[in-house]
Design a protein around this ligand. Sequence first.
Ligand SMILES: [Zn+2]
Length: 183
Amino acid sequence: MFALMILTLTVLVNIANSIKKYKIVNMKCPRCGCLLDKVIESRPGKDGMSIRRRRECTSCGCRFTSYERVELKPIIVVKKNGKHQSFDINKVEHGIRVCTDKINIDPDALQRTLINIENRITDLAGAKRTVTSAMIGEETLKELYKLNPVAYVRFAAVYRAFDDVGQFISEIEKIAKESKDES
Ligand SMILES: [Zn+2]
């Protein structure tokens, strides 16, 4: 009897802990900065490696999206100078934000762009979990082209020192053709 009580108690404690563990954490509202929101929808990503959550700020009602991804072994980036560093999508995001400053870009579309870039980099890194910085630049350019042409041109201008205008234009045409083929 006593053993049964202990067992029941252990089970209850475990359940309580798992509820605590799986509680979805609030996120800061991008509009008013309030730290209380409710999740109105959770949807798994196509690959089963991510979850997209629609959230609503309890203070101002602003709706926004957050993404949760499975974290794998870090991807190593080999830079032009031969140095290694771990891949960080936040750096790509920062680069894009700089280029999209004053351009009206839908935050959800930007998040999707970042997820696409991250997925492509993960694919390219493969089992070796290694990519070059050039690969990241190329994939970012491809996705930016789909997101916003102005952002693409700005990013391209920053990312690459083009030798001449002809090279720049042929690059745009190449990417335009590729994204047409993909869609
Ligand atoms: Zn708010």
